[in-house]
Write a protein that binds this ligand. Structure first.
Ligand SMILES: Nc1ncnc2c1ncn2[C@@H]1O[C@H](COP(=O)(O)OP(=O)(O)OP(=O)(O)O)[C@@H](O)[C@H]1O
Ligand SMILES: CC(C)=CCC/C(C)=C/CC/C(C)=C/COP(=O)(O)OP(=O)(O)O
Length: 78
């Protein structure tokens, strides 16, 4: 099998984590690593750097930093 594509997916939990993960699995994304953590503000600023000039950027960083996220790595094959 060809080398897999690696995809990062972060979910901000609202009680539907299982359903959301299942949707990705059904689309062929294989969950290979997951970690529940609070993303540091500076990390989020860098992650969303493309959006830094958008009006919602400060709110986005604040929201994503306001509690834990489920950070996941998935493999998929074309
Ligand atoms: N118009 C908007 N108003 C408010 N928040 C937005 C808006 N557009 C994007 N966002 C927030 O910014 C986040 C990142 O947006 P982005 O366009 O980078 O999408 P993405 O799903 O992370 O895609 P990709 O990983 O391909 O960049 C979204 O998950 C959403 O929370
Ligand atoms: C929305 C968004 C951008 C979220 C980012 C969240 C974030 C900071 C994810 C980092 C995950 C990571 C590399 C963990 C390392 O775990 P490890 O077990 O390999 O190493 P460690 O536990 O020894 O540090």
């Amino acid at each position: 099998m060809a080398n897999p594509e690696h995809t990062f997916i972060a979910i901000k939990p609202h009680g539907l984590m299982g359903e959301i993960i299942k949707c990705y699995e059904q689309k062929g994304f294989l969950l290979v690593a997951m970690k529940f953590l609070r993303a540091p503000e500076e990390h989020l600023r860098q992650h969303y750097i493309d959006l830094k000039d958008q009006s919602f950027f400060p709110g986005l960083v604040k929201y994503m930093n306001s509690g834990n996220v489920m950070a996941m790595e998935h493999y998929s094959w074309q």
